[in-house]
Unconditional design. Structure first.
Length: 146
């Protein structure tokens, strides 16, 4: 049994299939960012390893994230994955954001620490590590549980 956090909510593998986790996470993101703003998919890579893929489309201002390396996480990807400032009834327009939002945070120094703290606070499974891979159209977070 594993409990993982996605966008500030906990999903339990004991009571939910991977499709169920993906569906509930999608409903949460749709309520927050608007329908079709992002798409989420959850896969189990092993008994204690999950992959969360978030498809999103930023505007022309967004540079190829491979330039920044895998240890840097784009601030909006971090916000979506962690559910920072979550509220319902809003809508995100990722294609028309000013360039000042092009900020990257350290994966280990900030994002992984915040994710581990969130898991503790929400009584999710203990997190061993968090990995990240970003592309122009999607971001993939790999969660390894302790």
């Amino acid at each position: 049994m594993s409990k993982i956090c996605i966008s500030g909510a906990v999903y339990d593998s004991k009571g939910l299939s991977l499709l169920g986790m993906s569906t509930l996470a999608q409903y949460r993101l749709d309520d927050w960012l608007g329908v079709n703003a992002v798409k989420v998919d959850v896969k189990e890579l092993g008994p204690k390893e999950y992959e969360v893929t978030i498809w999103r489309k930023y505007g022309d201002w967004y540079e190829d994230p491979q330039h920044w390396g895998q240890n840097r996480v784009f601030c909006l990807d971090e916000q979506i994955f962690l559910g920072l400032d979550y509220q319902t009834g809003t809508r995100a327009d990722f294609e028309h954001l000013p360039g000042r939002y092009v900020i990257y945070h350290g994966l280990e120094e900030q994002v992984e620490k915040e994710y581990k703290q969130q898991a503790r606070e929400l009584h999710a499974s203990r997190v061993k590590s968090l990995k990240h891979e970003a592309f122009l159209d999607k971001v993939i977070f790999t969660i390894t549980l302790a």
